[in-house]
Design a protein around this ligand. Structure first.
Ligand code: GLA
Length: 347
């Protein structure tokens, strides 16, 4: 399919950013940018066949330069938190930016989501590949790393995000996509009526700063049990300590091993269901508890809890927990992972 490229404005540093639009045979459209390798828009058909843009984002590149809430962001080298902004690797202690209290969040102040990546389009596969060179000790992570993120739009209405990276020293790779989804699109101000399903028997317990304690908690009989569809708003404000600590859902689920979708979200209004597929062990469901009226596309203000993120990942702070699968990759090893968001409609 034809991939179109257009100007997305100039960054503060004077770089020219571009927007790439992918279209499939069903009419679905994905718009991505080489600035931050961000996902800007995702136009999905609803039950009436009308296209709805189901992700929050900005009209201009300047929005993405000041994107404190990580709309549509590619996150790296490490997504989620590292406790006390410290970790030990091969007997050496490394320190990271403290950009979330005492802790490190989503790589630090100089995130991959606010850098210009280079781009290659591939019209045969209907994909755009973004590439970034991350130097040794970038953000506090060792090794010169070559990183790529490829967005592919398939004819069965899935956006596939493929990550590849390797470095010349042992390092951490734990990337994710931080898109905020609302399946009713721009007309909606709340995600609380959406229903979510997560194929997970447990979640990782976290403290008041959202740093894992190392304990894995069974979801049975808790508001964290999403093994059947649960309305997001049903228990979000209940008197349950993890939800108080997270100011709502902002937790990592321990995904059950499955060939199928690890999570789903649906809206009965638009009839759209989103399925999430990944090969990673964890997923943070974050219900936009810290959104506070940021102004986005078409002047829309993004209200608290107006959208939800499904951030597939190694568990938060995995580098500091021996019982969590390690996000450390040896020099020369390939980090290769894929997450798919697939859209269907029920009429
Ligand atoms: C992640 C975190 C949240 C919040 C957002 C950004 O999803 O888990 O606590 O920091 O990023 O606003």
């Amino acid at each position: 399919m034809l991939i179109t490229k257009k100007d997305f404005g100039r960054t503060k540093k004077g770089e020219n950013a571009s927007l790439y639009t992918l279209t499939n045979k069903a009419g679905m459209k994905a718009v991505v940018s080489d600035f931050g390798a961000v996902l800007v828009s995702l136009f999905v058909p609803d039950k009436n066949g009308d296209l709805k843009d189901v992700v929050w984002g900005y009209d201009k590149v300047s929005g993405y330069e000041n994107n404190g809430v990580y709309l549509g962001s590619t996150i790296g080298r490490n997504s989620n938190r590292i406790g006390k902004s410290k970790y030990n690797l091969n007997g050496k202690e490394y320190t990271l930016d403290k950009n979330d209290g005492q802790n490190n969040l989503h790589g630090g102040f100089d995130g991959y989501n606010a850098r210009l990546w280079s781009a290659n389009t591939d019209e045969i596969n209907n994909s755009v590949k973004f590439m970034l060179d991350s130097p040794d000790m970038d953000q506090g992570f060792p090794g010169n790393a070559k990183i790529s993120v490829t967005y592919t739009l398939t004819d069965d209405n899935a956006i596939k995000i493929s990550y590849e990276a390797s470095a010349d020293k042992d390092t951490i790779f734990n990337m994710t996509n931080h898109s905020y989804f609302n399946l009713d699109g721009e007309s909606s101000d709340s995600v609380l009526e959406h229903q979510v399903l997560i194929n997970a028997d447990a979640f990782t317990e976290a403290d008041a700063e959202s740093i894992p304690t190392g304990k894995i908690i069974d979801v049975t009989d808790t508001p964290m049990d999403f093994r059947n569809y649960r309305v997001i708003g049903k228990d979000i404000d209940s008197d349950y300590e993890p939800l108080k600590f997270g100011a709502g859902y902002d937790h990592n689920w321990v995904l059950n091993k499955t060939e199928g979708a690890v999570a789903k979200m649906r809206s009965l209004n638009s009839g759209i269901t989103m399925e999430v597929y990944t090969d990673l062990p964890g997923m943070q469901l974050y219900t936009g508890n810290f959104l506070a009226g940021e102004e986005g596309k078409n002047g829309k203000k993004y209200a608290r809890r107006s959208a939800a993120c499904f951030e597939t990942q190694y568990f938060p702070d995995a580098v500091n927990h021996e019982n969590f699968q390690s996000p450390i990759f040896s020099a020369g090893d390939k980090y290769k992972t894929e997450t798919i968001y697939k859209f269907t409609v029920e009429s």
